[in-house]
Design a binder for this molecule. Sequence first.
Ligand code: ADP
Ligand code: 5GP
Length: 201
Amino acid sequence: MACSLYNYNMNKNSGTKKLFVISGSSGVGKGTVLKGFLEKHPDFMLSISCTTRKPRSGEVDGVNYFFLTPEEFQDCIDNNKFLEWAEFAGNRYGTKKKYIQQCLAEGKDIILEIDTQGALQVKKQMPEAVLIFICPPSIETLENRLRGRHTEDEATIQKRLNEVKIELERAENFDYKVVNDDLQTAISGLEKIISGEQEKC
Ligand code: ADP
Ligand code: 5GP
């Protein structure tokens, strides 16, 4: 699907690890940890995904996501616009190739915050991508965080909790895991992983 991107990256940045993928179950704190990381490292580019999910209160098109209709999303699939895409808890989410290609061409470090299915698709196409899974301290804490965010209705919360088991199984194929118990410790853990990977380049 994204052979051109893969070849381009391998040719221009052979051996480098510029693409970091952050995944984890809904409510584990991916967005919160990343916000903390990006405040300290504003030079990293965060990919803005496309989704068919409806915007939450306060979410802005083009900032949090590109909010697409199901037809628009399907059109992107049909025209091979996505590096990866997946269906998660009743909605579709995808990463456009174009922005990623641009960042890699400019030698910028880029972070994707995507689900575990998408992360494994990226790794298949770009083995040099670094996959980082954010773990909850416990399933109970995860559920409390998801509910405490007050952004989803009960049916949606259940759909998201139903994904947790398979997400933890997929995490076994990730390069790193970071437990998000104390927030600052999780941010420092992420920083250590990323700077360690950059030193390898
Ligand atoms: P995700 O992006 O993984 O879906 P969020 O970043 O939206 O998760 O976090 C879900 C909720 O958990 C938010 O209300 C957030 O403030 C809270 N949260 C995130 N990390 C922590 C943490 N380390 N300790 C306590 N609460 C946290
Ligand atoms: P939310 O609806 O809570 O914003 O996101 C739900 C899930 O979709 C999260 O696990 C999030 O990481 C994932 N997600 C966001 N963007 C993408 C994307 O572009 N591709 C994939 N595969 N998952 C995504």
